[in-house]
Design a binder for this molecule. Structure first.
Ligand code: PLP
Length: 409
């Protein structure tokens, strides 16, 4: 029989007791430091997945640990019936550092987008627009979450199957197609919502000019611009928010989560001047939203994500990973395209390997590198934003071995 805390015993217990909506690898992680992770058998990995863009500042960051333990020793929770210093300070710091006038805190990306949807609808309602004039436009290939409203905002049918009837009031447009959008936006539109770099849908950045085009259309039709920066924000692309890569963008609502608290669950909705009064007392809430411990961590994470040194490292390491992927691809012909920005990178498999991104992830794990997929045919890298030159080099060597083994069949 397997020892009590062996990989086999823990995996078997998880398989037996978890609702089977995930398909975890039979690996049990024990601890991490910087860009490295160790499983319970002592095997070491370089982590280029960061828990799906959550552990963006590496594992065991001393600043995060200090903030979390100090706050945990003072107060774990108080509720939104009162104020707590760490949450108030975080809100102040986000308002100071961004376009936002006000902030709403929650616990996850889906909750942040759910709140954003309520905010834009309520804003339209306050302007005297009826339910049929509160349509939200989203984009094919998007991913906005798994609650019923956010999964409906997610314009990918595979996420909808079996959950109908879905909430109404969402219209889908092709991504990066200004003409199609122009035809779709109208009197009924209350908001356009998108990820500046589509993550789960395949790592696809908005083309230069697309955000500006959307913003102009929104202004013309009195619709709000909602940007989902849950995966692309917090320095991931080399700027604090990915939308900053295009000049002159002033969103009305931006949603954040994932790396916001450096590994603890936290979401936030940043609201600009137009919609800052949309949610009045009693219209929305969350028991855990703005949790003091998560907020203490987020204050550290937000400071790290805004630092010039970290953003410069994202650009440098992003270039190094791209260079590596393109070099190895020139030799092996694995990929149709390498794309992304900063440290959100996608490598779409060539036709001969279509649908095999999962097998490539497994080949990388065999060599001691954690990478992800974005759909069946895209390999996705989301390395820690503070990864060192040495770890990037070592990860590339390991991936090269994995890619060669994969290509050899
Ligand atoms: C862009 C984007 N929006 C929303 C979500 C949903 O976030 P969560 O899983 O925290 O609910 C995700 C998660 O992958 C995401 O990438």
């Amino acid at each position: 029989m397997a020892a009590e805390n062996s990989t086999d015993a823990l995996v078997a217990a998880g398989v037996r007791t978890y609702v089977p909506n995930y398909a975890p690898k039979p690996v049990v992680f024990d601890h991490g430091e910087g860009s490295r992770l160790w499983d319970v058998d002592g095997r070491e990995y370089i982590d280029l997945g960061t828990g799906i863009s959550v552990n963006s500042f590496g594992h065991g960051h001393p600043g995060l640990i200090e903030a979390v333990t100090t706050q945990a020793g003072r107060l774990l929770h108080a509720s939104n019936l009162y104020y707590v210093e760490s949450t108030v300070r975080l809100a102040e710091e986000l308002v100071e550092a961004t376009f936002a006038e006000r902030v709403f805190f929650c616990n996850s990306g889906a909750e942040a987008n759910e709140a954003a949807i309520k905010i834009v609808r309520r804003h339209a309602s306050e302007a005297g627009r009826g339910p049929e004039e509160r349509e939200i436009i989203t984009f094919e290939g998007s991913f906005h979450g798994r609650t019923l409203a956010t999964v409906t905002a997610t314009a990918q049918p595979k996420y909808h199957e079996g959950f109908e009837p879905l909430p109404g009031g969402f219209t889908y447009c092709p991504f990066n197609d200004p003409e199609a959008l122009e035809a779709a936006v109208g009197e009924r539109t209350c908001a356009v919502m998108l990820e500046p770099v589509q993550g789960e849908g395949g790592v696809t950045p908005a083309r230069q000019g697309f955000l500006r085009h959307i913003q102009d259309l929104c202004r013309r039709h009195e619709a709000l611009l909602v940007l989902d920066e849950i995966q692309s924000g917090m320095g991931r692309t080399g700027k604090f928010f990915a939308y900053e890569w295009e000049a002159g963008i002033e969103p009305d609502v931006v949603t954040m989560a994932k790396a916001l608290a450096g590994g603890l669950p936290m979401g936030a909705v940043l609201v600009g001047e137009r919609a800052s009064g949309a949610l009045t007392v009693g219209t929305h809430g969350s028991t855990f939203g703005g949790n003091p411990v998560a907020a203490a961590a987020a204050r550290v994470a937000v400071r790290l994500a805004g630092s010039a040194d970290l953003l410069a490292n994202v650009a440098r390491q992003g270039d190094a990973f791209r260079l590596f992927l393109n070099r190895i691809n020139a030799e092996l012909g694995l990929f149709r395209e390498v794309r992304g920005r900063g440290l959100i990178l996608g490598a779409e498999l060539a036709e001969a390997y279509e649908g095999k991104a999962g097998a490539l992830v497994d080949a990388c794990a065999d060599e001691g590198v954690i990478v992800l997929v974005a759909g069946p045919s895209v390999l996705r890298l989301l390395p820690p934003l503070n990864i060192s030159d040495e770890d990037t080099g070592e990860a590339a060597s390991r991936m090269e071995r994995a890619f060669r083994a994969f290509a050899a069949g």
